[in-house]
Write a protein that binds this ligand. Structure first.
Ligand code: CP
Length: 317
């Protein structure tokens, strides 16, 4: 693996899960791989889990780590080619990327959808420029359309907790006060569709995800019907994908919050969320604090997914 941006990059999922299991059980077995190698993590957006878990993963592999928050302390970057740079952005991304590449061996990029131009977002304009111009392996730490390190951690977690070979996994939309990208649900759907699980997506009308990500998943608009018999409930908010409402909040319907009554319809399901989560918007206090909530082990597995991916990149340097 050179770059990691989507499920296809990880190769065979069974092999990837076996590699993740080894990493989890032997976190310091591969320190030689990262010796004298530098990971540079660039954040265009805020983070708690991705920042800490990826740094921890790199340290476990013996790497040096540099973290750059573009919005605090770095020059403001111009993204568009051909503009007269007479505004407030003194540096062009076309110089910044190869300069950054010259300081490291591997680059992690966090760059959310900006909701200014759907085509730019869905063409991964920023992430792909790092792949094209840095000369270094690049992995996504959540881009405009996908969050593969999160989805890989989600899959590892489901494998650890599942009680049947083919669990029913339900991705449910839930309300949120702000417009959020589709990256987490897109990516979760992409990874779940790569398994043989029974996978269902439920959301209000108007919140249809791109068909590229929905794939063969069953879409059920009645949330309670979708929850029946579920083994895992994966809650997430996202904004509208379809034109002309791309990036808009169409509903804040609190009837879509995950609460104990809805969880009672499931097959004693585990509750999952990528975090951070808005309590009593997305999920009630009672559900997230219940013994069936696995949001903390799910977040802990972010170290495992990041370390498994970084290890593969280092092996192929
Ligand atoms: N789930 C996740 O990516 O968390 P952060 O945004 O805190 O990194």
């Amino acid at each position: 693996m050179r770059h990691f941006t989507k499920v296809q990059d990880i190769g065979d999922l069974h092999e990837a899960l076996a590699k993740a299991k080894f990493v989890k059980e032997n976190p310091f077995a591969d320190q030689h791989l990262g010796k004298n190698k530098t990971l540079l993590m660039i954040f265009f957006n805020s983070s708690l889990r991705t920042r800490l878990s990826t740094q921890k993963a790199a340290l476990n592999l013996g790497m040096n780590v540099i973290v750059l928050d573009i919005n605090s302390g770095a020059w403001k970057l111009e993204i568009e080619r051909g503009v007269v740079m007479d505004g407030d952005k003194p540096e062009h991304i076309l110089e910044a990327i190869p300069v950054i590449g010259s300081y490291c061996d591997v680059i992690g990029v966090r760059s959310f959808a900006r909701f200014e131009n759907k085509e730019d977002d869905y063409n991964e304009k920023i992430l792909n420029q790092f792949i094209k111009y840095s000369g270094k392996p690049v992995f996504s730490m959540e881009a405009a359309t996908r969050h593969p390190l999160q989805s890989f951690a989600d899959l590892i977690t489901i494998e650890e907790y599942k009680k049947s070979a083919r669990p029913k996994v339900v991705l449910t939309w839930a309300p949120h006060p702000k417009a959020l990208p589709q990256a987490v649900p897109n990516s979760f759907a992409e990874w779940m569709n790569a398994t043989d699980y029974e996978f269902v997506i439920t959301h209000p009308e108007g919140y249809e995800l791109s068909s590229e990500f929905v794939g063969d998943a069953k879409v059920i608009y009645d949330q309670k019907e979708a929850f029946r018999g579920a083994d895992f409930i994966y809650a997430k908010n996202w904004s509208a994908f379809s034109d002309p409402h791309y990036g808009e909040v169409l509903s804040k319907d609190m009837n879509w919050m995950v609460d104990e009554d809805k969880m009672a319809l499931t097959n004693d399901a585990y509750f999952m969320h990528c975090l951070p989560v808005r309590r009593n918007m997305i999920v009630s206090d009672a559900v997230i604090e219940s013994p069936k909530s696995i949001v903390i082990p799910e977040a802990a597995n972010r170290v495992v997914s990041a370390q498994t991916v970084l290890k593969e990149i280092l092996i192929n340097l």
